[in-house]
Design a protein around this ligand. Sequence first.
Ligand code: HEC
Ligand code: HEC
Ligand code: HEC
Ligand code: HEC
Length: 427
Amino acid sequence: MRSIMLFLVLWMASAAYAADDVTLIYSGNLDGELEPCGCSPEGDLGGLLRRATLIDHLRAEAPNLFLISSGGLMSGFAANGRLTNEYILKGFSMLDYDAVGVQWADLTYGPELAALYPLPWVASNWRGEQFAKQESILRGGQQLRFFTWLDAAAAPDKAMQGDHAQVSEDTAALAAALARARGEGALTVLSTTLDLNTAQRRLPLNAVDVLLIRAKYEEYGEPQRHGRTLVLQPGSRGMRLGRVDIQRGSDGIITGWHHEVIAMPATIPDSARLEAWYGEYNSKIKEAYEQSVVLRKAQETGRTPFAGAMECKTCHQAAYDKWSGSRHAQAFSVLEDVNKSFDPSCIQCHTVGFKEAGGFIDINITSHLMNVQCENCHGAAREHAASAGAKPVAKRGLAGPQMCAQCHTQPHSPSFDFSKYWPRIAH
Ligand code: HEC
Ligand code: HEC
Ligand code: HEC
Ligand code: HEC
């Protein structure tokens, strides 16, 4: 409750706007990130639970706002694959977006899956019937028309290009629809994954008021004006929302704007109205994990290349003491603290050998392989230990920075710097 109050106070303090014509809340490229992993405070931004809270606050404050996304909600690399993608679509449909662009990533499981959820998808040059060609929203006396251009050249299925393409490359229909919308006094918004230069070359921008271009990595770009068009660039991975308050002249031309990027750190409370959805998502992950445990247990041969840190202690006391006092030795309990110790997408970096034969399965069968241990960095060492050092460890000679790079990747450890991190665990 206290964090809600704090959040409200902070938010109110920053919201000194004049009565603007149109308020757009925009985003793009969630990229399969249903929630942040929470591995580092710097990267702990975004997630649908916080996004719902923020959107509800923004709507309470400015009921006539338009909420739009350039799409890219899904990703072939999402934490738990199709399950995560489906729950993103489910969760996103509870946010009441006004329009969502279709990107190729949203078709990872085919257009039928995306179209299954009640989202206001728009794909203006899509040849099929699954998605609308445009979305028209009337609110507070303002009309917004949303269009999306899918780049045929970026289609994952090259065999479908040319006459068999799923999308049209002819911009004439789009140009006509934009001009018509403009003629009716609507604010025209076009989203695309093209960069600005390519969009300027290929798309009929003279009837576009607001253009959403290809997202930037994580951070939003600064709005720019080109001719009559206000160009916005969302940030990826769903960490932030953009807000732009637009003033228009009586001829509909944008005369000014105020832009703000709102980050979604952990101080924004999770939305209560998505609680059931999130609980369901986690229980599905847990269920799948428990099934995989049963399967792996049945396949267990009893042979394992891993020994566990206790086995190293007798001969490497100093290294063991250093390790057992480090955060690595606690890496599994932090997953338990955040109620994620059943999520394979987390377990892989917080245990030994989760994706390898003879590695971590679950805390009952393989409790000696919990946490980040010697063998994550040095490789499997059962034979090495049994031979009293005569046989080398599996990853003998692997350079330190390469060991770390297995887990200290940019999304999970954005401040990682070998020269700063290694001294904290050197042995
Ligand atoms: C019974 C004693 C013994 C045990 C148990 C043992 N080691 Fe060793 N270890 C040695 C000896 C001896 C050497 C030096 C071998 C050499 O220099 O060729 C060594 C060297 C190493 C090295 C550095 C040399 C290299 O191969 O790169 C690593 C790393 C290592 N051990 C890891 C482990 C790990 C991890 C475990 C536990 C799974 C472990 N050891 C268990 C005796 C042991
Ligand atoms: C690619 C490897 C990787 C994956 C996958 C991963 N983590 Fe982490 N995690 C790390 C690393 C590395 C750190 C330490 C980051 C640092 O301090 O720079 C960490 C730290 C953490 C911490 C400690 C944060 C703190 O402030 O003490 C938590 C909690 C955590 N991870 C939870 C998760 C959860 C939940 C998931 C799954 C959604 C997950 N991790 C997936 C690598 C990973
Ligand atoms: C996070 C990665 C990591 C973990 C965990 C880790 N080590 Fe190491 N270890 C290293 C690196 C890096 C080096 C230095 C290699 C070098 O100097 O080239 C090293 C060096 C060593 C050496 C050789 C030391 C020397 O003086 O040559 C031994 C032995 C060793 N580790 C044993 C262990 C044991 C036993 C554990 C677990 C109790 C452990 N390590 C845990 C990364 C790790
Ligand atoms: C198997 C995955 C993995 C590997 C490999 C790995 N780490 Fe980590 N590291 C983690 C996780 C997970 C955490 C967070 C543990 C926690 O907070 O409980 C962490 C935390 C740390 C921390 C503590 C950060 C803090 O906030 O104090 C340091 C330092 C660190 N790692 C250094 C290294 C270095 C240096 C290497 C390479 C030599 C390395 N790690 C290799 C997973 C890994």
